[in-house]
Design a protein around this ligand. Structure first.
Ligand code: GLU
Length: 449
């Protein structure tokens, strides 16, 4: 085991998700270190696993009944070698320092793969927006920004959305930042179109997942037309992954949320997808309601006592996990392979456990890790920053064409980096190596800081 890994385990033994993310990267970059002795001499591993800065703060707010609540806020500024810290904010009860550090660590490599000048960071809170009124969410966002504003800025750190943070939350956060700083600036991405947002930003992560998958399919002379896909999640990423698969002639048969999942053998068509968008984005309801509206479909409650997730039991060609970390374990991976799934493109961050990843690699399926496959979201955030700096707005076709081009180039970069190290077809190694080399070279250029 690398010294850098033993050190982080020793320092923060409880940070399991962070250790998992670090271990995966460090295992795959070992051949790079062997080729570049300077990297070891400069202790780049130990430097890259230690965040440049960790901010933790109290977020006190009042609910509609007048009761006071205290949540914990986080911003991990992981690495700024290639640009200002960039990455989303996650509001979910599971959020803790380990989760934010793993997400910030992944973000460093993902952002590097986009070729845009963005460092890596991530933040969030253990606040649960589920069931909260708009007024409560607004007060929480204002309280959160009342501390965060002093640490961020358009050239310092540019947060965005993630689980539990969409355009409503970005609006409240932006409003508070603007009031406190007296400055209208591109300090957040994922803004609404009317006040600085970019076209295609809402669609970008999901579309990117499918563009990346299409590139992987093309290496086997395959296309989406006629393919059956399992998609998990039902938020922004899952919705636009589904939309793009439909557009390319594929069929999506599943969606989920934290309460359970639906299986629609006939496929989720455009009309059903707009029902899901309205259900999730406007009414903020549960996916269970899909079955009330379309009674021929199956709904199953989530059951954490099971040793597998039954969503992945259905027969398909492709799987796009778009919910959350570690949602595909070893058992799920075996089932997917046995059922004929030959492509996995990750919309979520680290949705597959390390043993699931090993199974995909052993079976040589087309497996696109999140760092590469879901980089479209942050890539268009980078394009939003560029448009804000120029005080211009690009048309939809231009942003979409740039997104497509970026996903294509990430794919080529991964393929080339893997081949350079004799690991043909291994997108995990390709993404980690290419992302790593770029960041490490920038760190070395800038000296010991
Ligand atoms: N949270 C998204 C991600 O995981 C987007 C980050 C951003 O747009 O800055 O990449």
């Amino acid at each position: 085991m690398e010294k850098a890994v033993t050190k982080i385990i020793h320092r923060d033994p409880e940070q399991k998700e962070f250790q998992q993310a670090v271990q995966e990267v460090l295992e795959t970059v070992r051949p790079v270190l062997e080729r570049n002795p300077e990297y070891r001499k400069q202790a780049v591993l130990q430097r890259i696993v230690e965040p440049e800065r960790v901010i933790m703060f109290r977020v006190p707010w009042m609910d509609d009944q007048g009761q006071v609540h205290v949540n914990r806020g986080f911003r991990v500024e992981m690495n700024s070698a290639i640009g200002p810290y960039k990455g989303g904010l996650r509001f979910h009860p599971s959020v803790n320092l380990s989760i934010i550090k793993f997400l910030a660590f992944e973000q460093v490599f993902k952002n590097s793969l986009t070729t845009l000048h963005m460092g890596g960071g991530k933040g969030g809170s253990d606040f649960d927006p589920k069931g909260r009124s708009d007024a409560e969410v607004m007060r929480f966002c204002q309280a959160f920004m009342a501390e965060l504003f002093r640490h961020i800025g358009p050239n310092t750190d540019v947060p965005a959305g993630d689980i539990g943070v969409g355009s409503r939350e970005i609006g409240y956060l932006f409003g508070m930042y603007k009031k406190l700083c007296n400055e209208f600036t591109g300090v957040l991405t994922g803004k609404s179109l009317a006040w600085g947002g970019s076209l295609v930003r809402p669609e970008a992560t999901g579309y990117g997942v499918v563009y990346f998958a299409a590139e992987m399919l093309a290496t086997r002379k395959e296309v989406f037309e006629g393919k059956t896909c399992l998609v998990s999640g039902s938020g922004n990423v899952a919705q636009f992954t589904t939309e793009k698969i439909l557009e390319l002639g594929g069929k999506v048969v599943t969606l989920s949320d934290s309460s359970g999942y639906i299986y629609d053998e006939e496929g989720i068509d455009a009309e059903k997808l707009s029902f899901v968008k309205e259900l999730k984005n406007i009414r903020r309801g549960r996916i269970r309601e899909y079955c009330e509206r379309y009674p021929h479909t199956v709904y199953r409650d989530a059951d954490s006592s099971l040793d597998h997730n039954p969503l992945w039991d259905h027969k398909a060609d492709c799987a796009m996990p778009c919910a959350t970390q570690n949602e595909i374990n070893e058992n799920d991976a075996i089932t997917l392979i046995n059922n004929g799934v030959f492509l996995v493109s990750e919309g979520a961050n680290m949705p597959c456990s390390p043993s699931a990843v090993d199974i995909f690699l052993e079976n040589a399926i087309l497996y696109g890790p999140g760092k590469a496959a879901n980089a479209g979201g942050v890539a268009v955030s980078g394009l939003e920053m560029a448009q804000n700096s120029m005080r211009l707005k690009w048309p939809r076709e231009e942003v979409d064409a740039r997104l497509k081009q970026i996903m294509k180039s990430i794919h080529t970069t991964c393929v080339d980096a893997a081949e350079e190290y004799g690991l043909k077809g291994n997108y995990v190694a390709g993404a980690n190596i290419a992302g790593f080399v770029n960041v490490v070279n920038a760190m070395l250029d800038q000296g010991l800081v």
